[in-house]
Ligand binder design. Sequence first.
Ligand code: 6YU
Length: 498
Amino acid sequence: HSLDSQIVIVGCGISGIGAALKLTKHGFRNVRILEATGRSGGRIKTGRMGNNIIEIGANWIHGPSEANPVFCLSRQYGLLDPESLTPENQNIDIGGHPPWVPNWFSSSGRKLTAEQMGPAVELFSELLEECSQFNDKGGEPYSSVGEFLRTEVRQRAADRWRGDSVSCQSLRMSLLSTLHKVECCVSGTHTLDALGLGGYGLYKTLSGLDCTFPRGYEGLIDNLMKELRPGMVSYHRPVRGVHWQKETRKGERSPVMVECEDGERISADHVILTVPLGYLKKHHGTLFSPPLPLHKLHSVQRMGFGTNNKIFVEFDNPWWDEDCEVIYLVWEEESDLADQVSDVERPWIKKLFGFTVLKPTTRYGHVLCGWIAGHESEFMETLPEQDVTRAITNLIRRFTGNPIITPRRVLRSQWFHDPWTCGSYTYAGTGSSLQDIQNLAEPLPLQGEQPLQVLFAGEATHPSFFSTVHGALLTGWREADRLISHYSAPGTFQPTKS
Ligand code: 6YU
């Protein structure tokens, strides 16, 4: 009977959990999840710093509104603050960039004003908005977001700021360099030169002002896990091989064989693979036999997967304004948007764009979350904790002009060296297009006696919500639906557009 099919899901992140739930609710009896680590949630990971809850991985529900399944589930489980549930909050359309109240500090220890900085912020958001339109318009005047920004910034800044003082113009150029680093964090890339200009507009935002989980993102995972049959997940069970068949003999059962790190071999009719794109990039050569078809492999290579890390810093007293939500650090001598990592002497800490402020203060005390992307972020992961603390302390002393200020505690994430993630999340690399994401999502083999042996879910496979939790969840549901229609109405499966 079709409901007796053996289904193995690799990975117990939100996409794997979503797939398992949908399949078991439909009635499939033999679904199991193999997870490499000792926990569920993957890149949804809530930790502690002292008495505070902190998010090591995913931070916000991006676009919390009716169209967002993560919002709807979290509301159903009672995990959100009342403000995030209001219709007003759901209707705010921020286009991916929340209107946070900023403070700007410069490397000479000065606080900068909105009057000085405002025009640079406006120019940068205007250019990003233009970037997101190339996908619909078609055509890429430049190959990367970085190249487009560099060229346009030079022209427009010279035109617009002609009447302003040289020092003011130069500070604005320095802020543009900081905003470049912000975007590297948002997209999880080393440099905007690696972001495809056409691909940039593939990412779609939903309405709703981004919100957090007062008791931690992992509450969502805990609630979902309670709905799964106990024992369905095997922890500490990394998969090292997926053996599929290009051609099967008629009537042959369980055509896929999953090989675990401990040597165990599990036969299955279908495998849903939810491992991160970073893991696939690194291990596809040994993971698949036969190897991935070339078009699929090329898409794995063209799509980008970079690193974005957080460094949490706790203070006894705030050095930012009471209403401040984000702190930008402006290095005065920096003035271009080029990839500056070629200078090996350049300290890694310069890539940290600044901090977001954990709110409300009544809950968190005075805790900042620093953000750092790219190779410098990957290097930071290799340093002993006290080196990171020292670099952060010196940085804050310099930008505040206060030589004795000392953080109470520092804690950082290390996503690049996480062997089961190998980075943070997906971006559309230069030369990539929607076709690449569709190739990533394409099952193996699509046709033949035994189709749908290996199915692909995970955030990287969502056409417009890659890099997010809601994107990941939707792909888990999509692959479960693919199997459900395979048995109930073969040949009719159409993934929904969103
Ligand atoms: C979101 C946010 N957020 C910050 C940081 C990170 C991510 N995301 P999983 O990896 O969860 O699961 C796979 C499992 O597989 C895992 O458990 C592994 O252990 C296991 N596994 C691997 N190999 C295995 C093997 N061989 N055998 C067995 N098991 C194996 N998303 O919505 N809001 O604020 C953030 C953020 C630091 C690291 C995020 C955020 C991304 C999500 O966390 C992520 O997509 C999902 O959790 C992935 O779930 P999954 O199931 O696919 O994989 C304009 C424009 C630009 C475009 N980009 C824009 C935007 C925004 C992205 N924002 C992110 C921001 C933050 C801060």
